[in-house]
Design a protein around this ligand. Structure first.
Ligand SMILES: [Zn+2]
Length: 224
């Protein structure tokens, strides 16, 4: 009798753990518990740990491919080792007179679902069946700026352009633009990141596989 009750209780619990795309995501309670065992999994606020970074979080505005405001707060969170690697890259750029502008960092999983349902091509939008590396707190969309003027260095396309010119291997005729793009990629790759083959601005932290896909809102992160 007891076993039957237990089974009945367990079935809905298992069903709830997976979403409609069959992916298991980590919520706030599991994330908090994981920090006790692996504190390096902490999501840190880049505005606090690297205050010189410029944040222009596109999904907190309507200036993104959806034309809609996706995030309620303009925040850039990444896992602790990702922040450390980015700070190293930032120091390299600083020596050249350049700074970093971040367009997007950790992205709650529900935003990835929204993107996919809006735009089914998974070349530029992550599949909700696997989740995005942004959902793991291990990806950054970014560019470099001139520290004197604060202006972005010219790049082959704007951020979030679904265009083959955005591919890091694209042939770019303007030598200055090509040099800027290649410099961004070279410095980031020296510091533990890999550029995404379809977007010059997207960098995955090389240890991303060790971090779970999370579905925690910025508000939840900041009030708990
Ligand atoms: Zn990205």
């Amino acid at each position: 009798m007891f076993r039957v009750i237990l089974l009945v209780l367990l079935i809905p619990a298992f069903a709830a753990a997976q979403n409609k795309y069959g992916l298991q995501t980590t919520g706030l309670a599991t994330y908090k518990a994981s920090l006790k065992i692996t504190p390096e999994k902490e999501l840190v606020n880049l505005a606090k740990v690297a205050p010189d970074l410029v944040l222009e979080i596109g999904y907190a505005t309507e200036k993104n491919f959806t034309g809609k405001k996706i995030y309620t707060l303009a925040r850039a969170y990444v896992r602790k080792p990702v922040a450390a690697a980015l700070i190293k890259a930032q120091a390299e750029f600083r020596k050249m007179g350049y700074g970093i502008k971040v367009y997007d960092a950790y992205r709650p999983y529900k935003a990835t679902v929204k993107f996919y349902e809006e735009y089914h091509d998974t070349t530029y939008v992550a599949s909700p069946y696997r989740g995005s590396r942004h959902n793991r707190g291990c990806a950054l969309d970014m560019t470099i700026i001139d520290l004197k003027t604060g202006k972005e260095l010219p790049m082959p396309t704007p951020w979030d352009a679904f265009d083959t010119q955005a591919w890091p291997a694209a042939v770019v005729s303007d030598p200055v633009i090509r040099k800027n793009r290649d410099l961004l990629i070279a410095v980031m790759e020296r510091n533990g990141f890999t550029v995404y083959e379809h977007e010059w601005w997207h960098f995955d932290f090389n240890g991303w596989k060790n971090y779970e896909v999370m579905d925690i809102d910025f508000e939840e992160l900041e009030t708990n």
